[in-house]
Design a binder for this molecule. Structure first.
Ligand SMILES: CC(C)(COP(=O)(O)OP(=O)(O)OC[C@H]1O[C@@H](n2cnc3c(N)ncnc32)[C@H](O)[C@@H]1OP(=O)(O)O)[C@@H](O)C(=O)NCCC(=O)NCCS
Length: 378
């Protein structure tokens, strides 16, 4: 007898592609990019160098990195026409939508716009400059020219705050960008690869990735975690809040992960950063951190036995706040960083492209239903 057809809901446990980009060691709680421990990359590398690593599959020599950074700096510039496009998308939308809209309006992948690698580097360079300006405009300021000499992280903070960032702020955001750069095939990367498999262009994949990342079960969790800390308001209220939330079957935002059933290795790194951010910035960051720390402590007693631990998004709100990113833009910063992961997967997938076209199991009415004219239906 033939085995019954099975639907792999959520594609859980299904391998959909081969990739040399990242290794998620879910048993030991480690994450590697192209074989390099992400903890070491955060300590020693930069977002620019990690972008090179993911795009080219190896760490650059000094000369290679300098040439790559020069090219990236050129792409980080926005001319007056590009600033006008940012103003236009910001007038009609905000956040992730504005970022995606920018790439929809400027994506020229189907006409002559350099190689897919050139387009990838262009998108990585433009994204932070565009988002920084979208945030400015949303805050009532006018768009301004980027300062590529500050690097991707520093330039983004500069655009958002209109001030040259402190070195510790650049370091924090650079580390956050590294940690968000790549993570196998979550929904957004899968979406980007599905778009690419149709032989659409690099920009289409980026737009698909951005819109898929937006949901609160994926990239949107950090903002939800921030709102949750604000709602709790005080470490002394954590216990009562958690008891009520769990009794209402609400989820603790920033807890749980489809793949990690132990402490997310990225979350461990960001937790230490959040503690440092609270000590340096004080004020609001410290207040958020105190609530988060207490919530982690109490929630772990209930959720750890179920394999639910803090993920990256639990701790990032404190770091984003310390560098001046408004909460409704946390996910968009994640998107800016993850563009490199999306495009690296796209370039890798195109080396041996196969249209992605799964099957569905039909469960509707039997075939051959009689069509009844509309006047005779009741
Ligand atoms: C990330 C997430 C979607 C992964 O979930 P998943 O693998 O699909 O797990 P499920 O949704 O099947 O949940 C399994 C069980 O854990 C519980 N659970 C999962 N995440 C939970 C959370 N954050 N808080 C409380 N309970 C949670 C579910 O209610 C479910 O319980 P049940 O079996 O009693 O019904 C989920 O953990 C979640 O929604 N987390 C909060 C959002 C978040 O932080 N997302 C960022 C991911 S990086």
């Amino acid at each position: 007898m033939e085995a019954p057809l099975k639907v792999y809901k959520g594609l859980e446990g299904i391998y959909v592609l081969e990739s040399a980009l990242s290794l998620l060691d879910t048993e030991n709680g480690k994450l590697y990019y192209v074989g390099y421990d992400v903890e070491e990359l955060v300590a020693k590398s930069s977002y620019e160098e990690v972008s090179y690593l993911l795009l080219k599959g190896k760490l650059p020599t000094k000369a290679e990195l300098e040439a790559f950074v020069e090219k990236l700096k050129g792409e980080m510039q926005l001319d007056e026409k590009e600033l006008e496009t940012v103003r236009l998308v910001s007038k009609r939308s905000s956040g992730m939508d504005a970022l995606a809209a920018y790439f929809v309006l400027t994506g020229r992948g189907l006409v002559d716009d350099g190689s897919p690698m050139d387009q990838a580097i262009r998108a990585i360079g433009k994204a932070g400059s565009v988002l920084g300006n979208v945030i400015r405009i949303d805050g009532g300021e006018d768009a301004m020219y980027p300062d590529p000499s500050l690097g991707v992280a520093g330039n983004l903070i500069y655009l958002v705050t209109s001030r040259k960032p402190e070195p510790y702020q650049i370091e924090f955001l650079d580390d956050i960008l590294i940690l968000h750069a790549e993570h196998g095939v979550p929904a957004s990367t899968f979406g980007a690869v599905v778009a690419a498999s149709t032989l659409s262009d690099v920009y289409s994949s980026i737009v698909t990735g951005i819109m898929t990342l937006k949901g609160p079960l994926h990239g949107g969790a950090s903002e939800a975690a921030y709102q949750q800390f604000v709602e709790i308001g005080d470490p002394n209220r954590v216990e009562a809040w958690l008891e009520k939330a769990l009794s209402e079957r609400r989820r603790v935002m920033g807890f749980g992960h489809r793949v990690y059933k132990i402490y997310d290795p990225r979350a461990k790194i960001v937790k230490a950063m959040a503690a440092r951010a609270a000590a340096i910035a004080g004020g609001r960051v410290k207040a958020l951190y105190e609530v988060a720390s207490r919530l982690e402590e109490v929630a772990l007693t209930k959720l750890a036995p179920k394999g639910l631990f803090p993920n990256l998004d639990f701790w990032t709100p404190m770091v984003y706040t310390a560098v001046g990113i408004p909460p409704n833009y946390f996910t968009a910063v994640f998107a800016v960083s993850r563009i490199v992961g999306w495009v690296a997967h796209v370039l890798e997938y195109w080396k041996d492209n196969r249209l992605i076209r799964p099957l569905h199991l039909y469960v509707g009415p039997p075939a051959g239903q009689k069509y009844v004219p509309i006047e005779e239906r009741h």
